[in-house]
Design a protein around this ligand. Structure first.
Ligand code: PAF
Length: 283
């Protein structure tokens, strides 16, 4: 059992954060949906380098799941998460109920135009409105100095940066590097769904991203590199492939056909069996 204090009510979160503020302490915040792995823990450690107290939230947010997605199946183990968070240097876990986060009659949604629209915005309609709404609420509830989100969800990070800027939220947003297994697979709570055979194939997603970036840096055309990567993923057993696209990192705007000289982020989402994997790389 961990000794990590847990609060479930917004008022209790606010009063603990206020007490720390009276002591002059900086507050870091790491929002999660639980099922924690080394990637999340690296975000807690990063927050710890920037703040004297770190709050993590575990809340499987229903509004960011589509009707046919894995909300019910999403892995939940609060005791395990709390023990891992305590070991990584977290000071407080905020684990609210759905009713605490969305009281009856809640009718406000935050939508972020533009950066929410391509890629996962196309593949998962409504997903980023759910993310933007819950993250706005969590940031208002915790009122941290700095909040840390993984670069693994690169489009989500771009959406959050934009909403914080547009709504003048007084918090610094920090991106934490993607944690990977030795064979390159990005760590994800959803990797738990993979069969052994699928797990063996899964690193091909990162390999496809490496191939696209390598080809662009060698002067190749964007559309050709993207098409070849999709074909390689389908041949490896992925399918459907939602996208493999090279985009401008800050805006996620499309790149011209090539050659590419400026910064680039290559993003992909593809299904492997019943698991939808996403990943991205830049240089
Ligand atoms: O990245 C996640 O785990 C979730 O999308 C977040 C940011 C905690 C919002 O529910």
């Amino acid at each position: 059992m961990s000794s990590l204090p847990v609060v479930r009510i917004v008022a209790d979160l606010r009063s603990q954060v206020a007490a720390w503020r009276r002591e002059g302490l900086r507050i870091g915040f790491v929002p999660t949906m639980g099922a924690l792995h080394e990637g999340h823990l690296s975000l807690v450690r990063l927050a710890r380098t920037r703040a004297e107290r770190v709050v993590a939230s575990v809340f499987v947010n229903p509004t960011q799941f589509g009707p046919n997605e894995d909300f019910d199946a999403y892995p939940r183990d609060e005791a395990r998460d709390a023990a891992l968070l305590a070991g990584a240097g977290c000071d407080l876990l905020f684990a609210p109920t759905v009713d605490e986060m969305y009281p009856a009659g809640a009718s406000t949604t935050v939508t972020v135009a533009g950066v929410s629209e391509p890629l996962d915005g196309q593949a998962r309609p409504g997903h980023f409105a759910g993310v933007a709404t819950v993250v706005t609420k969590l940031l208002n509830q915790c009122a941290p100095d700095v909040a840390v989100f993984g670069e693994k969800d690169f489009q989500q990070l771009a959406v959050i940066r934009r909403l914080v800027r547009d709504l003048n939220l007084p918090v610094e947003i920090l991106g934490g590097p993607t944690a990977r297994a030795e064979d390159g697979l990005a760590l994800s709570s959803r990797n738990a769904y993979l069969t052994d055979a699928e797990r063996a194939v899964a690193p091909r997603l990162k390999a496809a991203l490496d191939d696209v970036l390598g080809s662009l840096r060698a002067g190749g055309r964007v559309d050709v590199a993207e098409r070849e990567a999709v074909a390689a993923l389908l041949a490896a057993g992925f399918g459907p492939v939602d996208y493999v696209e090279a985009r401008v990192p800050a805006t996620l705007d499309r790149l011209g056909p090539g050659p590419v000289t400026g910064p680039v982020r290559v993003l992909a989402a593809a299904r492997l069996g019943r698991t939808r994997l996403i990943d991205n790389i830049g240089d």
